[in-house]
Design a protein around this ligand. Structure first.
Ligand SMILES: [Ca+2]
Length: 151
């Protein structure tokens, strides 16, 4: 009678250990799945997207200047959008703003955090494009800028 009780306990322990091992293996497989999934290319982060936007705008403005002899009249964000979209001396559309994702309700170009970019025409040959960065405050260390030097 005592031996049967002992063997019943041992069997219960074996069963517990087996289920424990199975749970452990399942947990490891679950983690491995996410580690493997993580190896894929990451989508560009907000900083990368804003930097890419600024570089695109730099190229746009350089082309604009080549065609029209000068940068747009006003560095005001929404006026720049108008100038770049055909309201310029050569009537050319320098950028199709069909992707509205970086335009706010006022038709201003915004960075990845929704803050309108600032354009500073530092003289006729030099443009500074500034994003306020993640903290949405201009003039802090996380600002992202693109500088155009005249040729
Ligand atoms: Ca900032």
């Amino acid at each position: 009678m005592k031996a049967t009780v002992e063997s019943g306990k041992a069997s219960a322990w074996r069963s517990l250990i087996l289920w424990g091992l199975l749970a452990f293996i399942a947990a490891m497989a679950f983690l491995a799945f996410f580690v493997i999934m993580d190896k894929g290319p990451l989508p560009p982060g907000p900083e990368t997207q804003t930097t890419a936007l600024i570089l695109t705008l730099k190229e746009m403005l350089a082309t604009y200047r080549e065609d029209n002899g000068a940068y747009p009249d006003s560095p005001e964000n929404y006026l720049l959008v108008k100038s770049m979209s055909g309201q310029n001396p050569s009537k050319k559309n320098y950028y199709s703003f069909s992707d509205q994702s970086f335009l706010n309700a006022n038709k201003e170009i915004v960075d990845s955090w929704g803050t309108p970019l600032r354009f500073d025409f530092k003289g006729k040959d030099d443009v500074l494009i500034i994003s306020a960065g993640p903290d949405k405050i201009f003039g802090t260390a996380d600002d992202i800028t693109g500088d155009i030097k005249g040729q």
